[in-house]
Design a protein around this ligand. Structure first.
Ligand SMILES: [Zn+2]
Length: 449
């Protein structure tokens, strides 16, 4: 009945995380039909969407049929919000009194989308995070610090409950400022932490400059779970974080409307597992809309949360771009891997001088060059009919003597990795904007003239 000691020590759910792919597909199809029927029967929004496409839940008979179901985009969710039943609108599938959690999306553009969850959904959030924290070696013996604002965004709330569920000791660093958080980590000898890459790097800077504390030498944090930005899947940014803290840094992806759907394991195969137990994840060709099953081809990620009931997430267009990995993971999980993590959002990928650019490629280059600070800003403008891109960077004071070599290396690498030429502006150290949680380092001003 019980899994062997060894297996139970590796996986949060040994049975499901090693399930052969065919069995997994059967399970996913069964659960997909269940959530589809649930939404069809209870939500005007979903029923309308499927009726318009001439579909009923009974039409879904095979795994391939899943892609017949229309996709839901964030804009559609925005349209139904703030209507009856107030404030969620008619995608709600439970009586209002069953809702126990309110969160909203944290996107930087557009009106936020409200996200209701029931208590059962909230437990599901914690379960999804438990898979990922366990895969990142969180155990009962860990003391976990959360330098997080505990606010209206879901962010690390679920990470908090999942760490408790695993049996870790959890320290909520809520209203403390950055210095107080660092001192608390030191005082309590916390050994794990969850934060955005921007904040992980910002904390290390503050520790060194304001407190004379070198996190790698003076603190005991040895694993960090990142979310909210792609940084932990950008090799140079990950390396900067690992060196600053003397810790392993792991990535995870999720979204308010979807849930925590992907994670890096301790084997770090150069990508993220998708959680196939709780989500049905499909890659779709951006041009043709066809489902991509083979490795090595980029597509848009379409996700269904198989067990979320209050405001279901069925075939949600995440706008994230990724590709399947060729290799299975040495950790033994059968959950598929998206190679290199999420490469960028389809929305963020933009054409400059006729070349496709994912802003994360600029971050990868800047953070790979030793003499540059963590901060940078890329600004795209139009000069007459031509696109123009300026990259603002800072050189570390101790590296000023290597200024020319650094700039040459930067230009070469940018040309190599992004196929674009940039105007480089060197700004005084510490003068570019610093961000508390999520950074906004890419500015496209072309649309605004
Ligand atoms: Zn793995």
């Amino acid at each position: 009945m019980k899994a062997s000691q060894k297996e139970s020590d590796v996986y949060w759910n040994p049975l499901i995380e090693t399930l052969p792919m065919e069995k997994m597909r059967d399970l996913q199809l069964k659960k997909f039909k269940r959530i589809l029927e649930w939404a069809y029967e209870r939500s005007k929004f979903h029923r309308g969407l499927y009726q318009q496409a001439g579909l009923e839940p009974g039409d879904i008979k095979t795994y391939e049929d899943v892609s017949k179901i229309p996709k839901v985009e964030k804009a559609m969710m925005r349209d139904i919000q703030r209507k009856d039943p107030f404030p969620y609108g008619d995608a709600l599938c439970v009586p209002l009194e069953e809702v126990t959690e309110f969160r909203q999306t944290s996107g930087t553009t557009g009106t936020p989308v409200y996200q209701p969850d029931t208590w059962q959904d909230w437990e599901w959030w914690a379960e999804a995070w438990a898979y990922l924290l366990y895969a990142q070696s969180y155990r009962k013996t860990d003391r976990v610090f959360l330098p997080f604002g505990y606010n209206i965004f879901v962010a690390f709330w679920a990470g908090h409950y999942a760490a408790e569920k695993i049996g870790c000791e959890v320290i909520p660093g809520g209203v403390l400022d950055t210095e107080a958080r660092i001192l608390k980590i030191q005082e309590l000898r916390a050994n794990a932490m969850m934060a955005t890459p921007t904040y992980v790097l910002g904390m290390a800077d503050t520790a060194k400059k304001k407190l004379g504390i070198d996190p790698a030498r003076d603190l005991t944090i040895r694993k960090i779970t990142c979310a909210g930005e792609p940084g932990a899947s950008i090799p140079s940014t990950k390396q900067r974080m690992e060196e600053a803290w003397g810790a392993k840094v792991y990535d995870h992806v999720g979204a308010t409307e979807i849930g925590a759907w992907g994670f890096e394991c301790t084997a770090q195969p150069g990508g993220l597992h998708v959680n196939e137990a709780l989500f049905l994840t499909q890659l779709e060709d951006i041009e043709t809309g066809k489902i991509i099953e083979e490795p090595g081809r980029k597509g848009k990620i379409i996700i269904t949360a198989l067990d979320r009931i209050a405001q279901p997430c069925i075939r949600f267009d995440s706008k994230d771009v990724a590709e399947w990995s060729k290799e299975p993971c040495p950790c033994g999980r059968t959950f598929r891997i998206i190679q290199g993590g999420v490469a960028g959002r389809a929305d963020d990928i933009t054409k400059i001088k006729g070349v496709l650019l994912a802003p994360s490629a600029i971050e990868e280059v800047v953070h790979s060059i030793k003499g540059l600070s963590n901060e940078f800003e890329a600004v795209v403008t139009k000069k007459g009919d031509l696109d123009d891109i300026t990259l603002k960077i800072e050189i570390l004071p101790e590296e000023e003597k290597n200024r020319e070599a650094i700039l040459t290396q930067l230009k070469d690498q940018l040309r190599l990795k992004t196929n674009l030429g940039y105007n480089i502006e060197v700004h005084p150290f510490n003068s570019l904007p610093r961000y508390e949680v999520k950074a906004k380092r890419f500015k496209d001003l072309r649309k605004h003239g």
